[in-house]
Ligand binder design. Structure first.
Ligand code: BTN
Length: 249
């Protein structure tokens, strides 16, 4: 990952650019990074705040030869890589299942994984990651202020973006190597190390229940698919996609 890096002063969205490049045959591991995104994209068709010079907005093209159903797990790779880079820089963060990187209950990183596949074959996976690096609290749009934070706020000083980016890419590269060699076990065990979800009482809104299936239980582990295992009064439930809130105990 990162053998080739394409840099853009400004772009609509690094995920969109990565998709265009992937469709033209860009290789496994190509990285697209922008100083600023005009149309940063979040999950659920939301937009993603990506101001100039204050974050790391990037996308990685992967062309793994595993099955399409394994692709969503690649999202964990990015969350773990950022958590490890943060640790290298003396900051402690936690990961909330599946891939929210948090400190003090606020979100530092957004990750959007997109895939093109047919039948049993992956054409490409794009992991888009937005890292809030040097954004001051008052610079966030008002609606994000109580939900989002940046690494410089945690550290109490500006963070050198290039060095931080390098650390993230190095961790991603090492984790991706491990995935290709021996599967997701290492990513999962690293994920568990940073998890703030496991062991907690959580309230889950299962994405497949159309918001109907909210329930409470204790998050006990993730399984080999990356699904969250939650013990409830009615037995163990397996959550593949959903919204999790951690309940104060
Ligand atoms: C989310 O939290 O909803 C996911 C946000 C993902 C943002 C990143 S920034 C780099 C890449 N390009 C995009 O347009 N989105 C992702």
């Amino acid at each position: 990952i990162g053998t080739e890096i394409r840099f853009y002063p400004t772009i609509d969205s690094t995920n969109l650019e990565a998709k265009r490049l992937a469709q033209q045959g860009a290789p496994d591991g190509l990285v697209v990074v922008a100083e600023e995104q005009g149309k940063g994209r979040g999950r659920l068709e939301r937009s993603f705040f990506s101001p100039a010079g204050k974050g790391i907005w990037f996308s990685v093209i992967l062309r793994p030869d595993f099955l399409p159903q394994d692709a969503p797990k690649c999202t964990l790779l990015s969350a773990v890589a950022v958590a490890k880079a943060a640790e290298d820089f003396g900051m402690k963060v936690g990961i909330k299942w599946p891939n929210d990187v948090l400190a003090g209950g606020k979100k530092l990183v957004g990750i959007l994984t997109e895939m093109s596949a047919e039948m049993e074959r992956i054409h490409y996976v794009i992991i888009g990651t937005g890292i809030n690096v040097n954004i001051k609290a008052e610079e966030f749009p008002e609606e994000l202020r109580d939900k989002a934070a940046s690494f410089s706020e945690i550290k109490g000083e500006k963070i050198p973006r290039a060095a931080f980016f390098r650390a993230v890419l190095e961790h991603m590269d090492a984790l991706y190597d491990a995935i290709l060699r021996e599967g997701f076990a290492e990513v999962f065990s690293e994920w568990r190390r940073y998890s703030i979800t496991l062991g907690q009482t959580v309230r889950i809104i299962d994405a497949r229940g159309g918001g109907q299936g909210a329930f409470v239980g204790k998050a006990v582990d993730i399984d080999e698919d990356g699904a969250l295992l939650v013990d409830t009064a009615a037995g163990r439930r397996r959550v593949l996609a959903g919204d999790v809130s951690i309940r104060p105990q």
